[in-house]
Ligand binder design. Structure first.
Ligand code: TMP
Length: 216
């Protein structure tokens, strides 16, 4: 579905960062700012956000054979869920003029499968591009936390058992963190990096200030 940024009245903002970085809290807060400003907001999460995507999420995250899943399969499943989400939810919302806040988007595949799981950058970029077409975020907010903070916050999460993606070690999270920082540095026009070790209120303030400066 062709949908060039300048042809769409809505805006797509993606949130990226390690597990435990506080993305979902910040998405809720940013949604409230936009709603107060009279904008329609659509929040989505990856992988998932559609019925097909939720089924794919279940295979990736909770499947009992998950540990045998190769990195290539993982990439294709994540991007398959994303392709569905773009066409079923995100593109129509952007055409209606909504603000779409996405909890993860294509940069998660670049970082987790490309850098974290050592898949070659070119095919990852091509597959990502095939999945999203022209639907590239107008702004991507990386909530940056050191790997130790990520792991410590994961351990205090309410869920009883860590899921498959969360059982990675500290080296994996270090690569993920560095991967995001390198991406952000290479595309400063699309990315902002926010210090996720600050209080939720401080992060919210910074995010809203940046969003207003860049998009409104
Ligand atoms: P989350 O619900 O805490 O964001 O967890 C989703 C998990 O899936 C997280 O470990 C990151 C991972 N993931 C990838 O590895 N690649 C992707 O493309 C996406 C969207 C998520």
């Amino acid at each position: 579905m062709p949908l060039k940024p300048k042809n769409r009245p809505g805006r797509l903002i993606s949130f990226e960062g390690s597990e435990g970085s506080g993305k979902s809290t910040q998405i809720t807060r940013l949604a409230e700012h936009f709603q107060k400003a009279g904008r329609d907001v659509v929040s989505t999460r990856e992988p998932g956000g559609t019925e097909i995507g939720e089924q794919i999420r279940n295979i990736i995250v909770h499947n009992s054979k998950g540990d045998e899943m190769c990195a290539e399969t993982e990439l294709l499943l994540f991007t398959a869920a994303r392709a569905q989400l773009v066409r079923e939810v995100i593109a129509p919302a952007l055409l209606r003029g909504s603000i779409v806040l996405s909890d993860r988007f294509l940069d998660s595949s670049t970082v987790y499968q490309g850098i974290g799981r050592n898949l070659a950058a070119d095919p990852v970029a091509q597959i990502n591009r095939f999945a999203v077409g022209d639907v590239i975020p107008d702004l991507t907010i990386v909530i940056d936390v050191p790997e130790e903070v990520s792991l410590a916050r994961l351990k205090t999460r309410a869920s009883d058992l860590p899921d498959r993606m969360e059982r990675q070690n500290v080296d994996f999270y270090r690569k993920v963190r560095e991967g995001y920082l390198v991406l952000a540095k290479g595309m400063p026009e699309r990315f902002i990096v926010v210090d996720g070790t600050k209080s939720a209120d401080a992060v919210e303030k910074k995010v809203w200030a940046e969003v207003q400066a860049r998009l409104i």
